[in-house]
Structures are given as C-alpha cells and as structure tokens.
Design a protein around this ligand. Structure first.
Ligand SMILES: *[C@@H]1O[C@H](CO)[C@@H](O)[C@H](O)[C@H]1NC(C)=O
Ligand SMILES: *[C@@H]1O[C@H](CO)[C@@H](O)[C@H](O)[C@H]1NC(C)=O
Ligand SMILES: *[C@@H]1O[C@H](CO)[C@@H](O)[C@H](O)[C@H]1NC(C)=O
Ligand SMILES: *[C@@H]1O[C@H](CO)[C@@H](O)[C@H](O)[C@H]1NC(C)=O
Ligand SMILES: *[C@@H]1O[C@H](CO)[C@@H](O)[C@H](O)[C@H]1NC(C)=O
Ligand SMILES: *[C@@H]1O[C@H](CO)[C@@H](O)[C@H](O)[C@H]1NC(C)=O
Ligand SMILES: *[C@@H]1O[C@H](CO)[C@@H](O)[C@H](O)[C@H]1NC(C)=O
Ligand SMILES: *[C@@H]1O[C@H](CO)[C@@H](O)[C@H](O)[C@H]1NC(C)=O
Ligand SMILES: *[C@@H]1O[C@H](CO)[C@@H](O)[C@H](O)[C@H]1NC(C)=O
Ligand SMILES: *[C@@H]1O[C@H](CO)[C@@H](O)[C@H](O)[C@H]1NC(C)=O
Ligand SMILES: *[C@@H]1O[C@H](CO)[C@@H](O)[C@H](O)[C@H]1NC(C)=O
Ligand SMILES: *[C@@H]1O[C@H](CO)[C@@H](O)[C@H](O)[C@H]1NC(C)=O
Length: 785
C-alpha cells in the first residue's frame, strides 16, 4: 500500500453524500433484540439478518475503505466530528490508520470511530481498523522485526508464529484489528524492488511462513490480510506493478499454493488483490482467480479488497476504460466488483461510490452487492468485533503490550536465526571475543538498514552492527565509514585501511538500502523497496572498491551483506575470509549479527532465495521446469584468458548460492534415509514419512534445517525438476544424532495435467533429503501405483 499517496488523496477528498438515515434510537434499541446482535446465533443467521436490515447506502458503505485522516488531523490531533460522520456515511467498512503519529492518537481516534459506529449509527456495524505489519506493526516505538526475506531464512515457523503474536498484541493494544500482511508472493524476479517483502522464491517455504504468520496474528484477535492475490511479483523487466506473463499451469503450480495455505488452511479473514495484470487480465478484475478459484474451488467466505489506488489502474494504466479528464468510475466498479473484488481501498477515486446508482439504474445486480457485503460482515462477526469493537488498552497499560523485553528478545532471536553464513574460509568465524575488530562500511553505523514498511524515521532507532559488535566484544573496536552508500567518493578509504591494518580482523558491512514508508515515496535515493527496481544486482558506488581495499590490506576480512535481495559480487565470496548474509535486520540487528560473528549463536539460516552470479542469468530459482538450465559454462580464467562456453558463453546458469544453502560452525552427517512405505496408491489420503539420521559431527552444538525435495521422475506434463515438500529445523548437540521425520501427504505429490485437473500420477518419486536444494545427502524412492 502506498501510504503517502493515500494520505495525500484522502485529505483532498470531498464528501458529496450525506448519511442516508439519521440516528434513530428507537430502531437501534429494537435492533438490540435482533439476531445479528446475538453472539450465540450462528454467523450465517447473523449475516442474513443484518443484511436484511441494511439500506443500499449502508451496504455500499461496507464496500469502501475510509481513512483516519478524515476525522483526526494527523498534524495536531484535532478531532473533526463532521469529518467522522461524513467518512462513515459512505466508507464505513474499514479505515486506515498507518500514519507516523503518536501511538495514543491512533488509539483515541480509532476508539472514537468505533464508538460512533456502535452507538450513533442505526445498525451499529463496527469497522476494521487497518495498518501495515509485514515485519512489525507500523507505528513509532513498536517492535521492528527483520524483513520477511530474512526471517524466512530462519526456516522456523514457530518463531514466525510467535512474532505474529507479538505484532497482534501491539496492534490490538491501540485498537488496530486488521493488518495488511503476510505476503504470499514469491521472489522470482530479483530486479523487482519488493523482493525483501517476500518469503523468498519457493512456494512451499512461503506457504509455511505465511500460514504461521496468519495463525499467530489471528490467535491474537487481529485479522490477517493475505496479499497480493495473485501472481504479482515477477513483473516484466522487474518493474513495479508491471505486467506478469504466465499461464494457468504456472499459476496453479507455483503462485497459488502459498496463497491457499495462508488463506484457506490458516483461515485468513481477508485478502488483498494485486496491481498487476496476469496474462492480460488485471488481478483486481480477474473473475477467474477471485471467483472461480478463490470462492468456487477453494470455498473462501471472506472478502477481497483492492490495493491502494489499484482499481483506478483499470482506466489509468490498463486502458480498459476512460481515465481522463474524469475516470469512468462506473466502468471500474463494473469490472472489479462482479469479478469478486468486494471492497475498494482508498488511494484512488473511490469508484465504488457509484454502487448505489449502478444498482438503482439496473446495471449492477443487488445480489452481487449483497454477496460482497456478506463477505465483509462474515469476517467481522468471525473476528468478534460486534461484541467487542475496541480492544485497545488504557494508555498507561500500553507499555505492557508494546515493545516489551520479551518482544525485543524475540526480534533478536529470530534475526540471529535468519543470518546465513555463506563463506567461512579457514574458519575465520566465529571471532574471538578479545579480537580487535575494525568495523567498516556505510551500513555498519549511523542508521539502521531496515527494509521498506517501517514507520517514518525508524532508522534512528535500533542496534547497529557497530553497536552490536561493541556490546559483544572484549577487545578494541574501531569504526570507519569508508564511503557513503550513494557515492563513488573514495576519500574515506584511507582511514578505513588504517583501522583495518591496526586491527586483528575487519568486518565490512555494505549492501543495498531502502527507506521508511514516508521517505520511500518522497524520492530519496534507495536501491530496494516498493517502486525501487534495479537493472543490476551489483554493489552501488564505492562499496565494492571499499571491500577490495580492505581485503587488500591482508587482514582477515569478514564481509556482511546487509541487503534486501541477493548481491552479485562473486569475487567477494572468493577473496573475503568470510561472508555473512544478513537480510534487512530487526531493531536488534547489530546484536543478532554479533551473536553470530562471535559464536554465541551458531548460524542456522538457510537462503530463502538463490543467489545468481550475475543479473543476466535470471531467473535463478531452483525449481525450474524439466528441460531448463542446460549447462556448458564459459569462464574467465585466473590468468585472464577466456574459456568459451555456450550456456553461457562466459558464465554459468547455475546459482552462486542455491536456495536452502547456509553454513554452520559445525558439520552435519546424514545417514539412513528411509520412507514409511515403499509404495502407495495414487488415490491414497495417507501421509508418507521420510526419516533420516543427522549427526552433529563437529565440536559445537547447532541447529540444522533438514530439507526434503521431491522429484517426480516421469510426468505427463513438464513439472519442476524438484520441489521442496518439507523441512525440519532441529537442534543437535555436538556428537549427538537426531532422527528427523518429515511427513508428506501423497495428495501433495500431484501435478496439473493436460486438462488442468490436479492428479497424482503413477510412477517413481525420488525423496531427496539434504542440507540445501543442491547439497542432497540421501534419497529414497516411493513408487506410486
Ligand atoms: C424512529 O423509528 C421508529 C420506528 O421505526 C419510528 O416510529 C420513529 O418515527 C422514528 N423516529 C424518527 C425521529 O425518525
Ligand atoms: C422491532 O423488531 C421486531 C423484530 O425484529 C419487529 O417485528 C418490530 O416491528 C420492530 N419494532 C419497531 C418499533 O421497529
Ligand atoms: C441467541 O441465539 C441462540 C442460538 O441460536 C438462541 O438459543 C437464543 O435464544 C438467542 N437469544 C436471543 C435473546 O434471541
Ligand atoms: C491540521 O492541523 C494543522 C496544524 O494545526 C493545520 O495547519 C492544518 O490546516 C490542519 N488540517 C486540516 C485539514 O484542518
Ligand atoms: C471536517 O470535516 C468536514 C467534512 O469532511 C470538512 O468539510 C471540514 O473541512 C473539516 N474540518 C476541518 C477543520 O478539517
Ligand atoms: C516513541 O517514544 C519516544 C520517546 O519516549 C516519544 O518521544 C515518541 O513520541 C514515541 N512515539 C510514538 C509514536 O508514540
Ligand atoms: C453520538 O451522538 C451524540 C449526539 O448526536 C453526540 O453527543 C456524541 O458525541 C456522539 N457519540 C460519538 C461516539 O460520536
Ligand atoms: C480474543 O477474543 C476472545 C473473544 O472475544 C477473548 O476471549 C480473548 O481474550 C481475546 N484475546 C485477546 C488476545 O485479546
Ligand atoms: C541520498 O540521500 C541522502 C539522504 O538520506 C542524502 O543525504 C544524499 O545526499 C543523497 N545522495 C544522493 C547522491 O542523492
Ligand atoms: C590460463 O589458465 C587456463 C586455465 O587454468 C589454462 O588452461 C591456460 O593454459 C592458461 N593460459 C596461459 C596463457 O597461461
Ligand atoms: C543406520 O542404520 C544402520 C543399520 O540399521 C545402523 O547400524 C546405523 O547405526 C544407523 N546409523 C545412524 C547414524 O543412525
Ligand atoms: C480420500 O479422500 C477423499 C476426500 O475425502 C475421498 O473422496 C477419497 O475416496 C479418499 N481416498 C481413499 C483412497 O480413501
């Protein structure tokens, strides 16, 4: 959601329509005996009853998102009662509060709105109070977790569920009951700016992460909004909101499964549609995905809302209706609403305000309106907000809920478990605590290198790498920035070289950067984040030369990539003593990094996304379809001569680091891969359990992410060469062996056949167990009959 755009547009809004009914205490009192007010009555009866009492205008108001800024001045907190009345007359469904304002302004403004809706409107329908939260509740001083691309590397769904529980608790303490998270999009186009918001490239890992997020959030009485439905994140040329190319089989094989896991299996109460078009159909008006698949195939009962300004794109961007001088709002509504996009978010022209006139004129059937309204009401009844519309706590109690010591500790733990050790030449890591460390680089101090979707000015709060290293070290810690992120200026190198030479080891922190939700849209320089796309994955400006200059000192040099996406500087992997990937950190990022660098935490993160050698080899995801990735690699030899290949002439289509890769300070030996059965019927509803013994053969305790990939050996259509079907993260003490079991449902081994039917085909399925998608340590074959 483009916060700034919403803020700007909403402030300039004109409320043309007045309330269709004024408050009538007699009706409301009478309605207190109505079925819809009875919390013991079945939800379907409540929905039907309430719908039968609603005017057309009241129904239409459930299909538009309002905005907090319409009744609270976000500069001085002045309350505007007529602004509230006017907002709720046409946009009573839900409202956005994600402003960079004091916490209590949100709480008080939200309570005013809920109280007004419950006491001063005829029917007393509470609203969803909405904000952002992909890695923390978007308000000043709430706990900031590391970016989704990062915490997916933890392969730890339990911690993710706990994190979502913290986010729910913090949000609800201010009365916020719906959050625009998680994403179930996939990082399959690395040039795209929003890679950091995803859980990586893999449908299964993404599904598990999104599922855990939804479970954790909704257990805390805050409804999740799974986004962006569907097939959004591989835009043409990597450009934000660009068209996506793909077919039905790809949609069903790759894009839909993580959404189904989050929406259906976890029971998410809302879904956000996406900005893009897929195979020529805008997602916001795609009857096939929004209705035929989501509702008719999956049985989803709750609502879909457009992304901010997403509906206007039908005219403005897709040119499917007239956009200028006045947008054809009726056309927009007729494209989106009947397709199954039930609610229109702000940030655009509020096209759904035309719903009453479209119904009255006979162009839009009331059944479509009733269906959409029912979905919204059903979500509200299910969340329980008719009974308790406002669950915010007293201001004096907020510290018990917000940014608690437990939440901060969880942020550190999750962040540390997300850090991926890419290289550790000569066991340079872990560092001695007494070592003298030269900390170098523009991402090491001065500001937090958070990803997008953090509140304005967040970068000034949090533990930087320098601070974390100082906290953990008993030696001498020095710092030199070396260069700015955004500049080719090398005048700071001399100082950095000097402190590196004087230290035992250098830690150089460089990478990509994003901006908070205000600066991101104000045109500040950044290299990742929403609407910030790249044509190269190399380091910008002087950062690469800085790394080289420090390595050239001859001091052991540990490089830390602090980034929101893979970086392609393969020479660093070879030349640096160690290489650590820390995707955009939590507010405890520096401590988490130091935990790993000094060995308090044995790294256990595994890449949620493959690293290419070069942007020219994209896409690089590991589960390419059979026939993909033929290899006859070329290279430039160390002596400078060129070895000519064909795939590619001077490079390789293989990844530099594959999905699932990550080193440890110990070693794990795998043995005895077995399956609970050797053969099974293809119609079986059973679960196959793959087992493996994993021995920690090193000298320190460690967690291993045991990964199970399945290869369908012969198939009637082209399928992925292998697919992750399960994983288990296990702590194994040094010298000990753990038996790890991973269960797979037979029905999860299927494919979408020529007639686009989901079938499990007879034949051999190889279960490959290993430490990454490439590092397979043992296999067993299941025969499906
Ligand atoms: C309120 O509703 C009651 C019952 O429908 C009706 O008799 C009464 O006239 C209404 N009062 C006003 C002020 O509209
Ligand atoms: C009160 O509600 C009942 C049942 O819902 C209805 O029959 C009756 O007409 C209502 N009375 C008024 C005054 O609205
Ligand atoms: C509320 O609904 C329950 C379950 O349908 C029913 O038993 C009960 O009588 C209802 N209460 C009122 C006050 O109507
Ligand atoms: C909000 O408050 C600021 C500061 O008091 C004022 O300048 C501004 O005009 C107000 N905005 C509106 C829409 O009233
Ligand atoms: C209060 O809201 C009303 C209705 O939207 C608007 O006309 C008016 O300008 C607002 N007043 C202030 C002070 O913002
Ligand atoms: C965050 O805390 C600081 C320091 O206590 C305070 O000044 C600021 O207003 C708080 N921010 C929010 C959004 O409440
Ligand atoms: C409800 O309306 C009454 C009078 O119309 C007003 O005094 C009161 O402040 C309103 N309550 C809320 C919560 O808006
Ligand atoms: C969630 O709502 C239920 C039912 O209203 C209530 O019993 C429970 O205490 C609430 N949980 C939280 C975390 O607020
Ligand atoms: C980049 O943005 C920063 C503000 O964060 C600014 O100080 C700097 O001058 C900008 N540099 C360039 C080259 O745009
Ligand atoms: C350069 O290195 C390549 C690969 O090691 C070797 O085959 C070739 O003979 C070398 N050429 C020269 C001129 O040294
Ligand atoms: C593997 O299986 C063999 C035969 O059952 C057994 O002797 C051996 O101890 C097992 N190894 C591990 C590490 O469990
Ligand atoms: C598996 O479950 C489905 C749906 O419940 C059922 O139709 C089918 O008969 C079951 N298959 C077997 C082999 O039991």
């Amino acid at each position: 959601m483009k916060t700034l755009v919403v803020a700007v547009l909403v402030t300039g809004l004109v409320h043309a329509t007045s309330p269709s009914r004024t408050f009538n205490g007699s009706i409301q009192t009478n309605a207190s005996y109505a079925v819809y007010k009875n919390s013991s009555a079945p939800i379907e009866s409540r929905v039907t009853d309430l719908l039968s009492r609603m005017t057309l205008q009241e129904k239409a108001a459930q299909l538009l998102q309002g905005d907090f800024g319409n009744w609270i001045n976000t500069t001085d907190n002045a309350f505007n009662y007529s602004g509230l009345v006017s907002n709720m007359a046409t946009k009573a469904s839900q409202f956005y509060v994600g402003y960079p304002i004091p916490q209590q302004w949100v709480a008080e403004g939200a309570k005013r709105a809920q109280d007004y809706l419950m006491r001063n409107t005829t029917l007393g329908i509470p609203a969803f109070v909405q904000s952002e939260s992909i890695h923390g509740f978007l308000i000043g001083n709430a706990t900031i977790f590391n970016s989704p691309i990062g915490y997916a590397c933890s392969f730890n769904p339990d911690l993710v569920e706990k994190m979502a529980g913290v986010i729910a608790r913090e949000a609800l303490s201010l009365g916020v009951n719906q959050l625009f998270a998680p994403l179930a999009d996939l990082a399959r186009e690395l040039r795209y700016g929003r890679v950091e918001e995803t859980f990586g490239e893999d449908p299964y890992l993404t599904g598990e992460m999104a599922y855990s997020y939804v479970k954790g959030l909704q257990a805390g009485n805050v409804s999740a909004m799974v986004k962006h439905f569907v097939g959004f994140s591989a835009p043409e040329q990597g450009l934000n909101t660009g068209p996506v190319h793909g077919g039905e089989r790809e949609l069903r094989t790759t894009w839909l499964p993580p959404f189904k896991r989050a929406i259906i299996d976890a029971g998410a109460l809302s879904v956000m549609s996406a900005y893009h078009s897929y195979d020529g159909i805008p997602a916001v008006a795609d009857h096939h995905t929004l209705t035929e698949i989501l509702r008719e195939e999956w049985g989803y009962k709750y609502f879909v809302v457009s992304d901010a300004g997403g509906t206007d794109r039908l005219c403005d961007s897709f040119k499917m209706c007239q956009g200028k001088p006045n947008i054809d709002s009726e056309a927009v509504t007729m494209y989106a609403l009947p397709a199954g996009n039930d609610v229109e978010m702000g940030g655009g022209s509020f096209n759904f305000r035309t719903v009453p006139q479209l119904v009255t004129s006979g162009k839009l059937g009331i059944k479509i309106v009733d269906e959409a309204v029912s979905r919204v009401l059903r979500a509200k009844f299910t969340l329980g907000i008719f009974e308790q519309s406002y669950l915010g706590v007293a201001a004096s109690d907020v510290p018990k809920y917000m940014h608690t010591p437990e939440a901060i500790e969880l942020a550190r733990q999750l962040d540390a478990e997300s850090i991926v050790l890419l290289e550790n030449h000569n066991k340079v890591l872990p560092l001695q605590k007494s070592a003298n460390v030269a900390v170098i680089g523009p991402m090491a101090d001065g500001f937090m290198n958070y990803g997008d979707y953090v509140v304005y000015k967040s970068q000034y709060r949090g533990v930087t790498p320098l601070a974390g290293i100082k906290n953990a070290s008993t030696g001498r810690v020095t710092y030199a920035k070396g260069c700015e992120r955004w500049s080719n200026d090398q005048s700071g190198f001399a100082e950095a070289i000097t402190i590196a030479k004087a230290a035992d080891v250098a830690v150089v922190v460089i990478g990509t950067w994003s901006r908070d939700q205000q600066e991101l849209w104000e045109g500040f320089n950044a290299t990742t984040g929403e609407h910030v796309d790249v044509s190269s994955l190399n380091l910008i400006g002087a950062m690469g030369p800085l790394v080289k200059a420090i390595i050239d000192t001859g001091k052991p040099t540990v490089v830390v990539f602090s980034s929101g996406k893979p970086i392609t500087e393969p020479w660093i992997s070879e030349k640096a003593s160690g290489l650590v990937q820390q995707f955009y950190p939590s507010e405890e990022g520096g401590n988490a990094l130091a935990d790993v660098l000094f060995g308090n935490v044995n790294p256990s993160g595994k890449l949620s996304v493959s690293f290419p050698w070069d942007v020219g080899t994209l896409p690089i995801f590991y589960d390419y379809l059979n026939s993909g990735r033929t290899i006859d690699a070329g290279d430039t030899n160390a002596n400078g001569t060129i070895k000519f290949g064909h795939q590619y002439v001077t490079g390789t289509p293989q990844p530099l680091y594959e999905f699932g890769h990550g080193k440890s300070y110990t070693t794990f030996k795998y043995s005895n891969v077995t399956l609970s059965t050797q053969s099974v019927s293809r119609t079986s509803n059973d679960t196959i359990t793959a087992s493996v013994s994993v021995t920690n053969s090193g000298s320190v305790d460690g967690q291993e992410v045991v990964q199970l990939y399945v290869q369908d050996v012969i198939s009637s259509v082209v399928v992925p060469n292998q697919s992750l079907k399960g994983f288990e993260k296990t702590m194994i003490r040094a010298g000990e062996t753990a038996k790890v079991n991973i269960a797979v449902k037979v029905q999860d081994l299927g494919l979408w056949d020529r007639r686009m039917k989901y079938v499990v085909e007879a034949g051999a399925f190889v279960f490959k167990i290993g430490s990454s998608s490439k590092d397979i340590r043992g296999t067993a074959t299941l025969l499906v009959q």
